[in-house]
Write a new protein. Structure first.
Length: 244
C-alpha cells in the first residue's frame, strides 16, 4: 500500500511543480516584454531639446549683388517629442534661410526662417535676424603677377621666367572694392638656401595701390607656378683674357 501511494502521488506532485514553474516563466516573460514596450513608448513620447549648427542659406541675386555681413552657420534649438528630435538631428533635412530676393543695394536687417522641420517641433534660431550689406557686383579680369623672395635663394643662384597655369584671373565683389584692386599677386616664399626648381600651388591675393589686401573673390583662388632655379654663370674679366 505504501509503494502504491508513493508512486502515483509523487508523479502528480512533480507534474504540478513543473506546471507552476512553466506558468511562472511564461508570465514573467510577458511582464518583461510589456515593461520593455512601455519603456520604449515612454522614450518615444518623452520630450527633449537639442541644439545643432547648420549652414545658413542666402537667397539673393548673386549675379547682380555682392552680399557681406552674414554668418556661414547658425544655431538651431529643436524642442519636442524624442523621436522627432532624433530624426531631425540625425538627418538634418531642414534649412535655415535668409531671403534677400526682394531687397536692393544697402544695409538691411533680415529675419531668418526655416523650412522642413516637423510642425510638432518648436524651433529657436540664433541669431534670429542678420544684418547684411548688399552692394552692386562688379567682375574684372587681372593678370597674375608673380613675386618671388629671391633673397631666400642659395648664394650665386637666380630664377628664370615663371610659368603660370593661368595668366589671367577673374576678380568679383562689391563695385567699389573691385575698382580699388591694383593687381593680383602670387607670392613665392622659397626655403632658405633654395637651389632646386620651384613648383608650387600658390594662393592668389588682390591688393590695392598701397599693397593692402582687398576683400574680393578671385577665380581661381590658386594657380600652379613653376620656376627654374639655376646657378649664375661666372664671367671672366676682359683684361684677364688679354693678359693670357
Amino acid at each position: 500500500m505504501k509503494n502504491f501511494i508513493e508512486g502515483p502521488w509523487l508523479y502528480r506532485i512533480l507534474a504540478l511543480f513543473l506546471s507552476l514553474l512553466l506558468f511562472s516563466y511564461v508570465n514573467i516573460d510577458k511582464i518583461n516584454t510589456t515593461r520593455q514596450i512601455n519603456n520604449n513608448n515612454t522614450q518615444m513620447l518623452a520630450t527633449r531639446s537639442e541644439t545643432v549648427k547648420v549652414p545658413l542659406q542666402i537667397n539673393a541675386d548673386t549675379d547682380k549683388y555682392f552680399i557681406t555681413g552674414y554668418p556661414q552657420k547658425v544655431k538651431v534649438t529643436l524642442s519636442g517629442p524624442n523621436a522627432l528630435i532624433t530624426s531631425a538631428v540625425n538627418t538634418l533635412n531642414f534649412r535655415v534661410i535668409g531671403d534677400l530676393t526682394k531687397l536692393g543695394a544697402g544695409t538691411h536687417t533680415v529675419k531668418l526662417t526655416q523650412t522642413g522641420i516637423n510642425k510638432d517641433i518648436k524651433v529657436k534660431i540664433e541669431p534670429a535676424t542678420i544684418k547684411v550689406k548688399i552692394e552692386h557686383k562688379l567682375t574684372k579680369e587681372f593678370p597674375v603677377q608673380v613675386n618671388v623672395k629671391e633673397e631666400n635663394l642659395a648664394t650665386g643662384y637666380s630664377i628664370g621666367n615663371p610659368k603660370i597655369s593661368q595668366d589671367v584671373v577673374q576678380v568679383s565683389g562689391a563695385k567699389a572694392a573691385v575698382n580699388s584692386v591694383a593687381r593680383v599677386v602670387a607670392t613665392i616664399d622659397p626655403d632658405k638656401g633654395t637651389k632646386n626648381d620651384i613648383n608650387e600651388e600658390t594662393l592668389l591675393q588682390a591688393v590695392d595701390r598701397n599693397g593692402k589686401t582687398v576683400n574680393v573673390l578671385i577665380s581661381p583662388q590658386t594657380v600652379n607656378i613653376k620656376i627654374a632655379v639655376q646657378m649664375n654663370k661666372k664671367t671672366v674679366p676682359a683684361e684677364s683674357t688679354k693678359n693670357r
